[in-house]
Write a protein that binds this ligand. Structure first.
Ligand SMILES: *[C@@H]1O[C@H](CO)[C@@H](O)[C@H](O)[C@H]1NC(C)=O
Length: 341
């Protein structure tokens, strides 16, 4: 038996990994187009937008089948051959959710996160779900780049904006996540695993009132491998899943943030499948969330999100999008989804 086959079996039976590892990662749906020619694409787009009316299908046939890096090349080629900014032209020709998804696809990854964070905090009201989703799911390295880009883009600090838009423990967990200080290694220290699990148990279940800071410290700073083992140890000593304890001991956005972190650690594609499901279930659609998750995960793990969606909800992501959206907006989202399951 090869080392790889053995490790698959070992991780499949290791309780720490639960439903995470047995499924091999499948990746994204959007890939670099082969035979790509930025100049030709720029001309096609120009033709689709020139004069009266807009050929939306032509725009979709180019942009939905290129990856983010290629779309940037198209933008550059458009500017150098036509002397206009592609983004400006798209903005003046398109509208509504179709415009938003296309503009999202035209935005470099980190900048897109930064714009979404800003949107979530700008003006009256706060989109707490967006703040949690981005800050809990991106890697420490990505968080640091988001932090820098936010400052460059808006001349203000991400942390200050978080502080002025949120409060109490929710603010503290977001500030902590925005510091990008999570250990990125794989290192496991059994004594620390037991200590963290015991501390969480004592901070939550064991006494009246919760020592919330303990949850924050452990969940925001430890590496993923460590945390998966802490969750197992926690279950062993408390007879409960950490999620159950978080639900009974905390509430509101703070609860949502802690649950978001735990879910991202256990199985990130399942977390995004849930975000998508919640954005579409019932009456009305949360288009902000639907667009952001579809655009930001298409190249990374959309196939895994689809598999988890089907497993968790018994229906395909494709069928949900089809039933909840319409027109050109639906066409693009279904291409990002990449197929039915
Ligand atoms: C975030 O950006 C601010 C402003 O540029 C900087 O002072 C701070 O150190 C950064 N924080 C992290 C964690 O990179």
């Amino acid at each position: 038996m090869g080392a790889r086959a053995l490790s698959v079996i070992v991780t499949a039976i290791s309780p720490a990994y639960g439903d995470v590892w047995p499924m091999a990662a499948k990746g994204g749906t959007v890939k670099a187009a082969s035979g790509f020619n930025a100049m030709e694409d720029a001309q096609t787009l120009r033709k689709a937008m020139k004069g009266l009316g807009t050929d939306e299908d032509a725009i979709i046939s180019v942009l939905a089948y290129r990856n983010t890096a290629q779309r940037q090349e198209i933008r550059t080629a458009y500017k150098s051959t036509i002397g206009k900014d592609l983004i400006d032209d798209l903005k003046s020709e398109l509208s509504g959710n179709f415009e938003r998804v296309i503009l999202g696809m035209m935005t470099p990854t980190v900048l897109y996160d930064v714009q979404e964070l800003r949107r979530a905090m700008k003006g009256a009201g706060t989109d707490e779900g967006c703040l949690i989703e981005i800050l809990a799911s991106r890697s420490p390295e990505e968080i640091r780049r988001i932090n820098q880009t936010y400052q460059l883009e808006y001349g203000r600090s991400l942390e200050d904006d978080i502080r002025s838009d949120t409060s109490f423990m929710f603010q503290r967990v977001l500030v902590s996540l925005s510091a990008g200080g999570r250990d990125e290694g794989n290192y496991l220290d059994d004594a620390l695993v037991r200590q963290d699990a015991q501390d969480l148990f004592e901070a939550g279940e064991k006494k009246w009132g919760t020592n919330e800071v303990k949850f924050l410290t452990v969940l925001c700073s430890r590496n993923r491998n460590h945390l998966l083992h802490v969750f197992d140890e926690y279950k062993r000593i408390s007879q409960k899943d950490i999620e159950q304890s978080i639900k009974s001991e905390t509430s509101g956005s703070f609860e949502d943030a802690l649950l978001g972190i735990v879910k991202c650690m256990r199985n990130k594609p399942a977390y995004f499948a849930e975000r998508l499901y919640k954005s579409m279930k019932g009456l009305g659609t949360d288009d902000d969330t639907l667009i952001r998750v579809m655009v930001s995960r298409a190249e990374i793990d959309m196939l895994d999100i689809r598999a988890n969606f089907k497993r968790l909800y018994g229906k395909s992501l494709y069928s949900f999008i089809k039933g909840d959206t319409s027109g050109d907006y639906r066409k693009v989202l279904l291409i990002l989804c990449g197929g039915d399951d």
